[in-house]
Design a protein around this ligand. Structure first.
Ligand code: BG6
Length: 497
């Protein structure tokens, strides 16, 4: 166990994320004996709570932990709960943190956490710099004794400019090596497996370029709407909420060159290069031809009426915020020149699925005339979620006279592995941060390169002269208008259809 004794200080601890994601992840780590011997969680927020109330809220009475604790003894659960403490910051995050610093120091002395602290900022981004500054004023960024790390949640900025400001703000008080920007998609086993598929096999990488790949398609669909997050979502939209971060992270792993080794530094260097090679779309015509946005409408699904986006709580009834985004783009480098990438993300789709499809070119010369493959391509489908796995579609001979060719599937599912104890994304990412491994966290330059690509699209959607937002019924694969992005007779691959 490489994890040093430490304290996890969670800002915004009374919020949903702590109970929904962080505590269940910590519980799994506790069950798997992955937490260090001396480990303390200090929840910090503006609610008035005692340690006991905090423990009950996030552990004993938490609905999010219910399934996980059902086979555990109450002793086992209480020993876990005893690691949690709470500090009320009063009404404001921007205040002198001397009381908080004293509490941290007392807990450190009592539980021997070696002055190793992680500050997890599960607060609105407007507070990141404020909190970093106040921590530094108490010397809580100082690594003379013990290390100090800061984890920040998304959204990391609202635009390139605000992301840069945030980076400068954090880097004024913490070194880049102390800053961990979370992107929970990088915590997903199947997203990490993109690296392994590409770089530990010799059968894919030789084909992984413009000579053999026709186009690449990424679909991220959710069946849910915006649920209770209308207030946040209406200021964000699909492009900021999913595309700028999660999907461009996936893109960078597909596009990147092989790293020299698997270190955080080398992998992230290659990812930045990949993101910087995305062709930025600047003029209105290009932006019109390569982007489509949509918004879900009220519909009836399985006999049940579902609300349209504009009727959701917290959403402006005239909102132009997109719940569907489809972007076509190119990557300007040696490997990818002229290969179109089609990426779409949306809410209220027919199903929840994320997948990457590598479409290969047809053979140069068609030998078998009577072939189903003549208008179908070889595909490598990487299923990120659910039914995590990899599928290859290729041509086989139909038994019998002559050469009739049909497309067959070769598949691998994670669930078939004997040891398929897939870690939840937050569990994996928290453990990495606890061990000081930043490979699966986004670096400042990565985040900025992603914004650089996204900014002109957002600007066009906001201020462009000929830009529409298309309505689509809930439960369909988005507006039919998105078909105009596809070259030739290509069609979107709608999983399950
Ligand atoms: C979050 C977005 O980052 O990712 C949500 O804010 C979205 O809107 C969620 O629902 C999707 O995550 P997952 O892991 O369920 O695909």
């Amino acid at each position: 166990n490489k994890t040093a004794n430490q304290m996890l200080v969670i800002f915004g601890a009374s919020g949903d994320l702590t109970a929904r994601k962080l505590v269940p992840a910590l519980f799994n780590l506790y069950k798997a004996k992955q937490l260090p011997e001396n480990f303390v969680v200090l929840g910090v927020s503006r609610s008035n709570m005692t340690d006991g109330e905090f423990r009950r809220k996030v552990v004993q009475e938490s609905t999010y932990l219910k399934d996980k604790v059902k086979d555990a003894s109450s002793d086992f659960i209480n020993t876990f709960a005893d690691k949690f403490f709470y500090e009320d910051l009063g009404e404001d995050y921007n205040k002198v943190y001397n009381k908080l610093a004293t509490r941290i120091s007392d807990l450190n002395n009592k539980f021997s956490t070696g002055e190793n602290y992680i500050f997890y900022l599960s607060t609105p981004p407007s507070l990141y710099e404020v909190i970093a500054k106040n921590l530094s004023e108490q010397g809580l960024n100082n690594e003379t004794n013990g290390w100090k790390r800061i984890i920040v949640e998304k959204p990391f900025g609202y635009s390139l400019e605000t992301a840069k400001k945030l980076n400068i703000g954090l880097q004024t008080y913490f070194n880049e090596s102390q800053i961990y920007r979370i992107d929970h998609y990088l915590g997903k086993e199947t997203v990490q497996n993109l690296l392994v598929t590409r770089f530990s096999n010799s059968i894919f990488e030789p084909l992984w370029n413009r000579n053999y790949i026709h186009h690449i398609e990424i679909t991220n669909a959710e069946s849910v709407g915006v649920e209770k997050r209308g207030g946040y979502y209406d200021k964000s939209g699909a492009l900021r909420d999913m595309f700028q971060n999660h999907l461009l992270q996936i893109v960078s792993l597909i596009v990147m060159e092989p790293p020299i080794d698997a270190s955080a530094q080398e992998i992230r260097n290659e990812k930045v290069k990949a993101l910087k090679s995305l062709r930025i779309m600047r003029d209105e015509e290009t932006l019109y031809n390569n982007t489509v946005r949509g918004q879900y409408l009220a519909s009836v699904i399985d006999g049940k009426k579902v609300k349209g986006y504009r009727e959701e709580e917290g959403v402006d009834p005239n909102s132009k915020t997109e719940t569907y985004a489809a972007i076509k783009f190119f990557v300007d480098n040696w490997r990818w020149k002229d290969v179109p990438f089609y990426v779409r993300t949306a809410k209220r789709m027919p199903t929840k699925v994320t997948e990457v499809v590598i479409h290969f070119k047809s053979p140069h010369h068609q030998v078998f005339k009577n072939s189903d493959m003549n208008n179908k391509d070889n595909q490598l489908i990487i299923r990120i979620q659910p039914d995590e796995g990899i599928l290859i579609k290729f041509g086989v001979k139909v038994p019998g006279q002559g050469f009739t060719v049909e497309r067959a599937n070769l598949d691998f599912y994670y669930s078939n592995l004997a040891d398929n104890n897939v870690m939840d994304a937050y569990e994996r990412l928290l453990l990495d941060a606890m061990q000081g491994d930043a490979t699966l966290y986004a670096r400042a330059d990565e985040v900025e390169a992603a914004w650089e690509f996204v900014d002109p699209i957002l600007d066009y959607w906001k201020n462009g002269s000929d830009v529409n937002i298309y309505g689509y019924s809930s439960g369909v694969w988005g507006p039919t208008n998105s078909d105009r992005l596809l070259e030739g007779d290509l069609k979107w691959r709608n999983p399950g259809e």
